[in-house]
Design a binder for this molecule. Structure first.
Ligand SMILES: Nc1ncnc2c1ncn2[C@@H]1O[C@H](COP(=O)(O)OP(=O)(O)O)[C@@H](O)[C@H]1O
Ligand SMILES: [Mg+2]
Length: 398
């Protein structure tokens, strides 16, 4: 698929951006801090309903503005869909598809599919498990939008269950001996049931995804870093480790295992005042040779691993039938010659690629001849603060 037109209003440093895009390679060039990443962040937000840089919406809205708009027309095998999102930092966001308001912005998931590779991806390897869970859940949501709703429901249940464990510590400790304790435990039972039901769906989807991804990551890494040791990924759960040994495991088995584990850990959960069982405690383990990548991988290996995970994601989405839009945010300057070449091969073959770079020199020579469109990002200082501009000469400063 490709994006035919992109419009932003009051998104980050952009009061207004209107740009027509084409299939092939489009590049946005501009100095650091001028607003290039803001553009691809907006596209990524439309695709995933979250930013790769911040977890809250407020920083996305331009300073002094009340809300942000992101609109894009996507062309998928000849069929056009217009996606439109209104981001309100202090209220629910609103989505539209082809000018019709949708019940939840989540209905936009899957309309635009992107794979974004950015410097922040080093955190996939070095960062906390939450980064890697997000990687998995984003891919799942793009391929199976319904699962985003399941995950959101899970997060809500988890939040309420944690609140109960925190606020009802005393009655929960007293147990069934008191009316208050019995009531709190009954509420906890209800949350347990919901956590297990929703959590098992989340986990089953992740298990299945990791099974598909593992050979893709292994092969991508081998291609990028043939001199390095083999890369492997596997899903690590806090519940019965044996579970991961069953390929084709179903949500029912996982749900039962979660319930057993919740019962076994109940006392500890009450003592600690938090939920210790469920997909929010899981991780995607990354290995190089026999060692965990985190803490052992060199800087170059870390880049290769992160890139392999993005290439695997790209190939997986492509195998579903349509090319996702490949976005490369300021990454060429970070990669050595060998890795650049590998990335160029993929970029030249993808339906649409959007690249940002500070200077043209950062781009590999064999990419230059494949570029279909080139835009410059500049800034202007106004009474309303510094704003980003596309394809305009900056005003000469007095
Ligand atoms: N909410 C916002 N309102 C106005 N400007 C913002 C906002 N968020 C970020 N910016 C500005 O955007 C700029 C960074 O843009 P970015 O796209 O990351 O730059 P780069 O071109 O280096 O990728 C910074 O100058 C920052 O001040
Ligand atoms: Mg940037």
């Amino acid at each position: 698929m490709y994006i035919r037109s992109l419009e932003l209003r009051d998104f980050r440093s952009w009061p207004e951006l209107k740009v027509e895009l084409e299939p092939g390679i489009t590049i946005f060039i501009g100095r650091n801090g001028f607003g290039k990443t803001n553009i691809v962040e907006a596209i990524g937000y439309l695709a995933h309903l979250s930013s790769h840089r911040v977890s809250a919406d407020a920083p996305l809205v331009r300073a002094n503005a009340t809300d942000s708009r992101i609109s894009a027309v996507a062309v998928n095998q000849g069929r056009e869909l217009a996606a439109h999102l209104l981001i309100k930092p202090h209220a629910a966001n609103q989505g539209q598809i082809n000018r019709t308001r949708v019940k939840s912005p989540r209905e936009l998931l899957g309309v635009i599919k992107t794979v974004l590779f950015a410097p922040e991806d080093l955190a996939l390897v070095r960062g906390e498990p939450a980064e890697r869970r997000r990687y998995l859940d984003d891919i799942i949501a793009t391929r199976r939008p319904r699962m985003a709703g399941v995950k959101a429901d899970y997060d809500k249940v988890l939040k309420q269950r944690n609140a109960l464990l925190k606020t009802a510590t005393i009655p929960l400790r007293r147990g069934y001996g008191t009316d208050e304790g019995a009531a709190a435990l009954a509420t906890l039972d209800t949350w347990d049931g919901q956590l297990a039901r929703l959590g098992s769906e989340v986990m089953a989807a992740r298990f299945a995804l990791v099974q598909e991804l593992s050979s893709q990551v292994h092969d991508a890494y081998q291609t990028i870093a043939p001199e390095s040791r083999p890369a492997a990924v596997n899903y690590k759960t806090t519940i019965d480790q044996g579970l991961s040994q069953f390929p084709g495991f179903d949500a029912g088995i996982i749900e039962a295992t979660l319930l057993t584990e919740l019962a076994a850990k109940r006392q500890r959960e009450i003592e600690r005042g938090m939920s210790l069982v469920g997909p929010h405690r899981d991780d995607l383990e990354l290995h190089l040779g026999g060692q965990p990548a985190k803490g052992f991988a060199s800087h170059g290996e870390t880049w290769s691993f992160a890139l392999s995970m993005r290439i695997a994601e790209f190939n997986l989405l492509r195998s579903d039938g349509t090319d996702p839009i490949l976005i490369l945010d300021d990454v060429f300057s970070e990669l050595d010659a060998g890795r650049r070449e590998k990335l160029v091969v993929i970029a030249r073959d993808a339906e649409q690629v959007i690249i940002t770079a500070a200077v043209s020199d950062d781009l590999p020579a064999n990419l230059a001849d494949a570029i279909t469109a080139r835009h410059t990002v500049t800034v202007r200082d106004t009474d309303d603060g510094r704003i980003s501009l596309l394809d305009e000469q900056p005003e000469t400063q007095p």
